[in-house]
Design a protein around this ligand. Structure first.
Ligand code: DO4
Ligand code: MG
Length: 288
């Protein structure tokens, strides 16, 4: 089942039908057995016709499925990410950091975004004006409740500056955290079961309407289990409203590729849908 946060309210899609869920987002999603709770709700909730549903999900109506949660991210969980980072950090001498963290017991986890810096489906994500080499990072994203239990999945885009991270690994927060540097959406796919290793993750990058990069892989390529990532994240922190955790990028465009303003990023993950974002530069910074 899919839960959409929209400007009109919360829409639950279940078994080809759509329902209105009239509850605050944070308390609704932050519970154990969310899937069971929502199924029970469909017995009494108002049902939407297909025409009304289409209006609720029309362009510009879907919000990111986040309210008071933080977004965290795991790094170097796929070989592709390790190899790309080792290559970009050869000059800085930090290549071995990525090699070691890929094999280490403790995963790389970092704070990615406050909810206010997250863009939803159909919105812009930014590249930094002081970065020459920029990529999207398509990432399966977990929603974990305040008790540390995974309740669902979404699609994340961990926008990254490869030039800033490559210059010095200590610049990671600047490469990763800035205005509109995270995409999340289009919905929360609620499931008590693991999404499955066979789940495909696909990335399309379009420029002037043409696909200039596309690639895909499956979740099975991840090095670590979700439970392992969650247990490190929650070991010394509590999240009163739950937390979103991007699980690391599995696809990296070739070294010579960098994003341009106007490029369209489409990230699709089986069962969840497609997250679409357009690349822009923060208008505040354009003339600096
Ligand atoms: O090590 C730096 C960041 C890694 C990352 O964001 C990823 O692997 O997805
Ligand atoms: Mg990433």
């Amino acid at each position: 089942m899919k839960l959409y946060n929209t400007i009109k309210g919360i829409l639950l899609e279940y078994n080809d039908a759509s329902f209105v869920i009239d509850e605050p987002w944070d308390t609704l999603i932050n519970r154990d057995d969310l899937e069971w709770y929502l199924k029970a709700k469909t017995k009494s909730a108002t049902q939407l016709t297909d025409a009304i549903k289409a209006k609720w999900l029309a362009d510009g109506s879907i919000l990111s499925p986040i309210s008071r949660q933080e977004v965290w991210a795991a790094g170097v969980t796929y070989l592709k990410s390790r190899d790309a980072r080792m290559e970009e950090s050869q000059v800085s001498g930090a290549a071995s950091l990525y090699d070691r963290v890929y094999d280490a017991e403790r995963p790389e986890l970092f704070f990615k975004a406050a909810a206010s810096r997250v863009s939803g489906h159909g919105q812009q994500v930014y590249i930094r004006k002081d970065s020459a080499w920029n990529v999207p990072e398509p990432e399966l994203t977990l929603f974990i409740n305040s008790k540390g239990n995974i309740q669902g999945y979404s699609i994340g885009n961990d926008m990254s500056s490869r030039s800033i991270e490559g210059e010095n690994a200590l610049y990671l927060p600047q490469a990763k955290i800035y205005e509109k540097s995270a995409g999340l959406g289009p919905c929360l796919y609620v499931s008590s079961a693991h999404i499955g290793g066979e789940t495909a993750i696909k990335l399309n990058i379009k420029r002037n309407g043409n696909i200039i990069f596309n690639d895909e892989t499956t979740v099975s390529r991840i090095k670590r289990s979700f439970d392992e990532l969650v247990s490190y994240l929650y070991s010394e922190m509590s999240f009163d409203y739950g937390c979103f955790l991007m699980t690391g990028t599995c696809l990296v465009p070739p070294g010579e590729f960098t994003l341009n303003v106007g490029d369209v990023i489409e990230i699709s993950i089986d069962k969840i849908g497609t997250l679409v974002n357009t690349i822009a530069i923060n208008p505040k910074h354009k003339s600096n």
